[in-house]
Design a protein around this ligand. Structure first.
Ligand code: EPZ
Length: 423
């Protein structure tokens, strides 16, 4: 098994270019099933999850031309599309559920074996199913009890749907299904993440009629047909936030290129509260972690535009060494403190109580053998490894390859002392 071997590094300095967004490209790839014409997606990050989604689309019958060295994918779902997503692929990537709405529309039937929970939570999909049922789909309740989504629909009809929680995945699945339904759908308490806006932009270019993406109410007027398009994916705001924290925690100075500051208002505000200097320049966002003392602040994760749950563990890495105590409250996922145990192996002294973590701060961390407990927690322990005394070994790094394109190369470019070693 590969591991990262990280030595205490100096301040990260230089430039980094942010890749396309994993959480935007995955639903957009699913949406290519909604047309039998050519779709070209650009600025695609070369990630494991993108590979799995490519494999899923081709297993379903789409022609997929993957040129990730050029960050480009072409998809043409012209042939007969199968209705069942292979479990082998779904269990590798829970985002496979994003094909549910498109499959249902395309074939009138969708069968997806649920992968079950993961490190950060149970990951239920009752809101996805609530939306599809409102649009006229029937869900086999027997099969559901066995963890299999078996949905059928001859024709979907527009409906008014309220989401009990602004679920990103449920919003995406419902918007895709409603785009070709008969009549108008109004989705209330919808997720407002930038990735929803990017999906809606992609669908509208295909000929869909979606209004209000990025707000809590999305109106979709169903159309007869969607066409092939070419689309550039938005930059990955979580990768950008992770490198911003990298500059802060190492007291370095990084120019972050190809990021959209508007997508990271909460993270930028919190970093500034910690004393990090952030300047918007014509060439990118300059983050200087060495200008002022690093002080602590409290963080509460919320659905967008609140502080993103995906930035909770990287930001907590920063708080372990900031001056003063801090409290982090995780409200989005029920079990997203797995990284706390890893930070504590490095001497962070964090205590958790339910959704709250209390970080004493002011620590001098010591290198240790730690694990990447999920994608973002993996990036977080890499950040603490860069500043800990001595050497840090990070295992389970396959999580990180899922969501950070060329992560080690980008860190090395900035002066990090990090190597991939075989166990
Ligand atoms: C998306 O996951 C992202 N993944 C996650 O990023 C991100 O953390 C999450 O949104 C929240 O922003 C992709 O976009 C591929 P949710 P998703 O449905 O859609 C509960 C990463 O690291 N919920 O908004 O699965 C659920 O249990 C990943 O890139 C229900 O209760 O997130 C969770 O507590 C991790 N019922 C909360 O909502 C439902 O029917 C957020 O889930 C659906 C969700």
């Amino acid at each position: 098994m590969s591991k990262f071997l990280i030595k205490k590094s100096g301040p990260l300095k230089g430039e980094v270019k942010i890749s396309g967004s994993k959480n935007a490209v995955l639903p957009i790839m699913a949406a290519t099933l909604l047309t039998d014409e050519d779709c070209e997606i650009l600025d695609v990050p070369a990630l494991k999850d993108v590979d799995v989604m490519c494999e899923l689309l081709s297993c379903l019958g789409a022609d997929v031309d993957k040129e990730l060295e050029k960050n480009r994918i072409k998809v043409k779902a012209a042939k007969k599309i199968a209705s069942e997503a292979p479990f082998e692929l779904v269990k590798q990537m829970r985002a496979s559920i994003l094909v549910l709405g498109a499959l249902l529309l395309r074939t009138g039937h969708a069968i997806i074996h649920l992968p079950g929970g993961c490190a950060i939570g149970e990951r239920p999909i009752e809101l996805h199913l609530k939306g599809l049922k409102a649009l006229g789909a029937t869900i086999d309740e027997e099969q559901l009890l066995k963890g299999i989504v078996d949905a059928k629909a001859d024709r979907l009809k527009g409906a008014s749907i309220y989401l009990d929680f602004p679920s990103v995945g449920a919003t995406e699945v419902i918007v895709m299904a409603a785009s070709l339904a008969e009549g108008t759908t109004v989705l209330q308490n919808a997720a407002q993440e930038p990735e929803i806006v990017d999906l809606a932009n992609f669908l509208n270019k295909m000929g869909a009629r979606i209004k209000g993406a990025g707000t809590d109410t999305i109106k979709i007027e169903g159309v007869e047909k969607l066409h092939g398009v070419s689309h550039h994916v938005i930059p990955d705001r979580i990768e950008a936030g992770t490198f911003m924290v990298g500059a802060a925690i190492t007291r370095g100075r990084i120019l972050i290129k190809n990021m959209l500051p508007d997508h990271l208002k909460a993270v930028i505000a919190k970093l500034r509260e910690c004393g990090v200097h952030i300047e918007f320049t014509d060439n990118g966002v300059l983050v200087d972690g060495g200008k002022n003392p690093l002080v602590s602040t409290d963080v509460k994760t919320l659905p967008y535009p609140g502080f993103p749950t995906d930035m909770q563990s990287p930001f907590m890495a920063l708080l372990t060494v900031a001056k003063g105590p801090s409290v982090v409250i995780e409200t989005v996922f029920e079990n997203r403190f797995m990284h706390v145990g890893e930070f504590n192996r490095m001497g962070a002294g964090i205590r958790t109580e339910g959704k709250c973590a209390i970080i004493p701060g002011n620590k001098v961390l010591k290198g240790a053998s730690v694990a990447a407990t999920d994608l973002r927690a993996g990036a977080a322990v890499v950040l603490t490894g860069l500043i800990a005394e001595g050497t840090t070994i990070v295992s389970q790094i396959y999580h990180i390859d899922r969501g950070y394109e060329h992560f080690v190369d980008k860190l090395k470019e900035l002066g990090a002392d990090i190597e991939v070693v075989e166990d």
